[in-house]
Design a protein around this ligand. Structure first.
Ligand code: ZN
Ligand code: ZN
Length: 303
């Protein structure tokens, strides 16, 4: 291993963000939503009725196409159903490596995407707005987003969901509402530290809809939407109640949650292990600069 590689590995460690935020990660999902895996292991004697007539491949395809709340509801039908779900490789992988994402999808009743889509998203690393690692998952539409893009004013509108009552006021019918991606928010502390504003506690459950999907739905009134005002605090609560940390699940068995670069102080960008390697290839490894502060040392300085 060369010296550059050694520096990279020594520097690859998860670090606190310069500005912490509160989101679904802070909702005690492990306590609030146990996944009770293996409760009936080894006792699969119940039948699945009509479903038992399908070949295994067909049953697997059906299960992969279910959203997480429906899949977990099906898993609770009987021991055979539990065994069928537990034997799905994507379910097993997510349960082992990032169970809180399954718990969050269940708790917020995320019905806009299936298990296959969730797994595919977690097997990619890129933010949907830029080329960096998207370390958060936007739970309404299953998109990856990095914190700097999520926090960027240019993207804030896109990642600010709309409350159900407001969607109805803007002309969308209750019937059409059912086809729009949404979640049911969880009570908890949400937000970040910004200027003198702190994190806020959210006590009620709201159905929150994806803004982009609403604005392209039939009968959507943009003028009614613009005339409705809400407080900055409520907007912040809604935004942060839709995101959760999401690892990159590559081919190996290790979830990569990302790490910041010690040489880029103040940066809120996280990198996957591979991404940080590329970053060091581009800017040079991290060493000590003026005042003994860590910084990137360009290849010419090393020589
Ligand atoms: Zn980004
Ligand atoms: Zn750096």
């Amino acid at each position: 291993m060369d010296s550059t590689n050694t520096t990279w590995r020594q520097t690859y460690a998860r670090q606190e963000r310069t500005r912490p935020c509160f989101n679904l990660d802070d909702c005690n999902l492990g306590t609030a939503c146990p996944l009770d895996a293996g409760q009936f292991a080894g006792q699969s004697q119940s039948s699945l009725g009509q479903l038992a007539r399908f070949p295994l491949e067909t049953l697997t395809e059906i299960l992969l196409g279910l959203d997480i709340p429906t899949l977990i509801a099906f898993r609770q039908v009987n021991r055979y159903a539990m065994s069928a779900v537990d034997s799905l490789p994507p379910y097993r992988k997510l349960r082992q490596q990032c169970p809180n994402i399954l718990r969050a999808a269940l708790c917020v009743q995320a019905r806009g995407y299936d298990l296959r889509t969730l797994e595919e998203t977690l097997q990619t690393s890129k933010c949907s707005q830029c080329s960096e690692f998207g370390d958060y998952l936007y739970m309404i539409t299953c998109r990856r987003i990095c914190y700097p893009c999520f926090d960027d004013y240019a993207n804030r509108e896109y990642y600010t969901p709309i409350h159900q009552a407001h969607v109805l006021r803007c002309g969308i019918s209750k019937k059409d509402l059912k086809h729009l991606p949404s979640i049911q928010s969880l009570p908890g502390w949400y937000g970040d530290y910004e200027y003198n504003n702190y994190t806020y506690f959210h006590t009620r459950r709201y159905r929150l809809f994806d803004r982009t999907a609403c604005s392209s739905a039939p009968n959507w009134s943009h003028s009614k939407h613009l005339s409705a005002k809400e407080s900055d605090n409520l907007t912040k609560i809604k935004r942060y109640s839709c995101i959760i940390s999401a690892p990159y699940l590559g081919l190996g068995n290790k979830a990569d949650w990302g790490a910041s670069c010690a040489g880029c102080r103040q940066s809120e960008v996280l990198y996957t292990e591979e991404g940080l390697h590329d970053h060091f290839e581009k800017l040079g490894p991290v060493g000590r600069g003026t005042n003994n502060w860590p910084c990137h040392i360009s290849p010419t300085v090393q020589e």
